[in-house]
Design a protein around this ligand. Structure first.
Ligand code: AMP
Length: 279
């Protein structure tokens, strides 16, 4: 596995691969790799010739400075995991390689920016689109592999790819969970053993809604989920919504062709998200 730290170095490597007609699969990450990330790399390896992974804790997408400061950065362990995976190139830039001073960015994301994650993390999707645009520009991938875990992020990036006519296709990959249902996340490391137990309320609420989806109305399902989520003191719900999976707008009935339930909650001071496709 090659480790490249400069944009020019990555662009050169990609150019060489493209001259050999290799297809490029790109997996952008912020590191602290777990089986969720590794599943994206595996899928990328099955669908493309060369897998490029980036690890970059992108400061512009953090609306909370303490979340950025305490974001885990176990880089040696990450490199070992990547060496044992299908990753051929790790792109590991410094902040100064990706950003100049006082850079600005503004992409019109419409209402997607002010609902759900956008509402609770102002500016987050501007930061996400800003960095992913830069990364796609240098990695020049045929396919970008993204997790359903961040469903709204996939929608926002689809919007960007269309709006800017980027020549890459996005592939959404399933959520990897622990055996008890907890969605894997780099932030789970911050949970104490008791919080780890309480964090199960997120996936529990989603599974409960899935189980009763056919039999109950949307308001009934929502109140069931909220009841579960509010059953522990240390868990603060930010949102639980049942939405049209094409628009992410809340639904009142089950008429939409595809429906998703999404949840965000703080367990202690750790903010977690999860979702499940219901239809
Ligand atoms: P992150 O490092 O958290 O920015 O995540 C990098 C990529 O991995 C994103 O596309 C995430 O959606 C994806 N991802 C994170 N957690 C999971 C998971 N549990 N299962 C599948 N993909 C995930």
């Amino acid at each position: 596995m090659k480790i490249l730290t400069s944009r020019a170095g990555l662009a050169k490597a990609i150019k060489g691969l493209k001259q050999k007609n290799k297809t490029i699969g790109f997996v952008p990450t912020m590191g602290a790799l777990h089986k969720g990330h590794l599943s994206l790399i595996k899928i990328a390896g099955e669908l493309t010739d060369v897998v490029v992974v980036s690890i970059f804790v992108n400061p512009t997408q953090f609306n909370n400075p303490s979340d950025l400061n305490k974001y885990p950065r176990p880089i040696e362990k990450d490199i070992e995991l990547l060496k044992a995976s299908r990753c051929e190139i790790l792109f590991l830039p410094e902040i100064s390689e990706m950003y100049s001073q006082n850079e600005t960015w503004n992409l019109d994301l419409g209402y997607l920016e002010s609902i759900l994650e956008g509402k609770f993390r102002p500016g987050h999707y501007q930061g996400v689109t800003q960095i992913v645009k830069k990364l796609i520009d240098v990695a020049d991938p045929d396919y970008v592999f993204l997790g359903q875990k961040d469903f709204q992020q996939v929608m926002v990036l689809e919007h960007m790819v269309k709006a800017l006519q980027l020549p890459a296709e996005l592939v959404m990959c399933p959520i990897v969970r622990e055996d008890d249902g907890l969605a894997l996340s780099s932030r789970n490391i911050h949970l104490s053993p008791e919080e780890r137990q309480k964090a199960l309320l997120l996936s529990d609420s989603l599974f409960e809604v899935q189980k009763h989806f056919d039999a109950e109305t949307i308001p009934q399902l929502k109140s069931k989920a909220l009841k579960i989520l509010s059953s522990e003191k240390n868990v603060t719900v930010e949102y639980f919504e049942i939405c049209d999976a094409k628009t992410l707008l809340p639904v009142e009935s089950k008429e939409s062709g595809s429906i998703i339930a999404l949840v965000a909650a703080k367990v202690g001071s750790t903010r977690l998200i999860d979702n499940i496709i219901l239809k």
